[in-house]
Design a protein around this ligand. Structure first.
Ligand code: F6P
Length: 533
């Protein structure tokens, strides 16, 4: 990494230069849509509806270059310890490496173990799919829940195994609502926890175990574990043959590709799971090989840097026009906000830029009838990331899909074009509005426009494409982290709350006094105690 100060300054200069220009005016160049896009393995990333021009793109690429993105990327893939605060390599990409090339960690090739575990998972998944199990419950939280839960929903057209359920929240409502109606004798419980210490997961796992024993099931047979800790899974009573391990170089929010994906694999089968991994691998290969503006994750990240760090837009909306991607925004929230929500740089000094944006969203068209009002006419600009498939999985409902596509494209067009006051005024005048009221009514019906968005388009949401999309976002987060000089692979910010919750548990239970707590906490504990039946 070289000094990036001048690269940031050049971008600021670009911003000052293009501030007043409209995005729409950039389309005076008829080739714009062909130039401000990337394509790889059937996926299109269109970022032409942003205020990025050739000079800005060059300045962004220069920032990436100076920040050492390529060197850092190669270091990640080669197994270097790039998660420095935890002293770990970052190798979730090894879980989808079918190249035959070794991945060396601590002097040894990690691939034989990775592939052996994948084979064991496949054999086990096929046994479960062929047996008496009717329902599978994945008990986990964060990265041990969001990924498989999102993917099981996304790939439901490919699901031909037992039903799969997810329990994550320590709120007893979650486990209770899930267990109700299930048969303890035909349910498989998968305890998914990298550390096997997470209080929510262990509490839910114990509750499920008691439910199974009391209901005539056999937890010594109907429990499996996904974890890095063989010791802890054994202590819980899960025999080694049903423990699927992985290494600490797989981060929790990057773990869907290995054992944490077991519930998905049981649902869709090993072949479809394999296609999912291959989609991700294709994105890895592209990320390592594609140069500059051809590189989709790199450009995706740079568009993010432009909008957040340069233009100052503090949030971004993920808007899949794909009902089955309903849980994707929540998955990306963890991926992006746990990875890049930091304020200290690698070297221990304060970050010099704002870091990760707030990521949120919901599928279209539902969001259109909820929060798009603010996106179109609110005072804040929210860069949007649209996603759309060329076709759905319901051939007899293709008219639905046409409507879905039309809505998706209409939204990005509306955000860019807006509706000038003059047009709104003419529209209202044509409706017979007159006098002072005409301007007032026209003001309310004007749209500022010039609001940026990007669109991802893909043939169909199949396992390969889902793998591509997730890997794309993983690498985008990685690139942004490198440019911001932060460690995207630790999560120290979740620790304090966990420590305080552990300390508060006896206070809430009433076995310890709240006297050393602040006034607000004391009063809240008091309210809870007084209002218990
Ligand atoms: O508390 C945050 C976190 O550590 C996440 O990073 C992780 O995905 C989640 O908890 C669950 O952790 P585990 O898989 O160890 O139970």
């Amino acid at each position: 990494m070289t000094d990036t100060t001048s690269a940031w300054a050049a971008l600021q200069d670009r911003f000052d230069h293009v501030g007043d220009r409209t995005i729409l005016s950039l389309f005076d160049d008829p080739s714009r849509a062909e130039v401000f896009r990337c394509e790889t393995s059937g996926m299109l990333f269109d970022y032409s509806k942003t205020n990025i021009d050739a000079a800005t793109r060059a300045a962004l690429l220069s920032l990436a270059d100076k920040a050492g993105v390529n060197e850092r990327r190669d270091a990640m893939f080669s197994g270097a310890i790039i998660n420095e605060t935890e002293g770990r390599a970052v190798l979730h990409t090894a879980l989808r490496n079918f190249s035959g090339d070794p991945v060396v960690v601590d002097g040894a090739d990690a691939m034989p173990d990775v592939l052996a575990t994948l084979r064991r998972m496949g054999d086990y998944a096929e046994t479960v799919r062929a047996g008496q199990i009717t329902d599978v419950i994945n008990i986990g939280i964060g990265g041990s829940d969001l990924g498989p839960a999102m993917a099981v929903q996304a790939l439901s057209p490919y699901h031909d195994g037992p039903r799969v359920h997810f329990v994550s929240n320590v709120d007893g409502a979650d486990v209770s609502d899930t267990l109700r109606g299930l048969d303890p004798e035909t349910t498989l419980v998968i305890v998914a926890s990298k550390t096997f210490t997470t209080i929510e997961t262990m509490t839910n796992a114990r509750t499920a175990r008691a439910w199974m024993s009391e209901g005539g099931g056999d937890p010594t047979v109907q429990f499996a574990a996904l974890s890095t800790s063989e010791e802890k899974t054994a202590a819980f009573g899960i025999p080694a043959e049903r423990v699927f391990g992985f290494e600490d170089w797989v981060g929790g929010r990057y773990s869907l590709w290995g054992p944490i994906g077991l519930s998905l694999m049981i649902g869709i089968g090993r072949r479809a799971f394999d296609a999912f991994l291959r989609g991700a691998e294709a994105m890895d290969v592209h990320f390592r090989a594609a140069q500059g503006a051809e590189n989709m994750p790199l450009m995706h990240a740079l568009v993010g840097i432009w909008h957040n760090q340069i233009c100052g837009h503090a949030t971004r909306a993920v808007l899949p026009y794909d009902q089955r991607l309903g849980q994707l925004p929540a998955y990306f929230q963890q991926l992006e906000m746990e990875s890049n929500g930091k304020s200290v740089q690698m070297n221990g000094t304060d970050a010099t830029q704002h870091t990760g944006p707030v990521v949120w969203g919901a599928p279209g068209t539902n969001g259109q009838h909820a929060f798009y009002q603010l996106i179109h006419q609110g005072t804040r600009v929210i860069p949007c990331e649209f996603m759309i498939a060329a076709e759905g999985h319901e051939p007899d409902l293709s008219h639905h899909h046409d409507l879905l596509v039309a809505n998706c494209l209409a939204q990005s067009e509306a955000l860019m074009r807006g509706r000038p006051f003059k047009t709104a005024r003419a529209m209202m005048a044509a409706k017979g509005v007159k006098g002072d009221d005409l301007d007032v009514q026209a003001m309310h019906r004007s749209f500022p426009g010039n609001r940026p968005s990007v669109t991802f388009a893909y043939p169909k949401l199949d396992p390969f494409v889902l793998g591509q999309i997730i890997a794309l976002y993983e690498h985008r987060v990685f690139v942004e982290g490198v440019i911001l000089g932060i460690n995207s692979f630790d999560q120290w910010g979740v620790e304090l709350g966990k420590e305080l919750a552990t300390a508060l548990q006896p206070v809430v239970e009433g076995t310890q006094s709240a006297a050393d707590k602040d006034g607000s906490t004391q009063a809240l504990v008091d309210f809870i105690h007084r209002n218990r039946g």
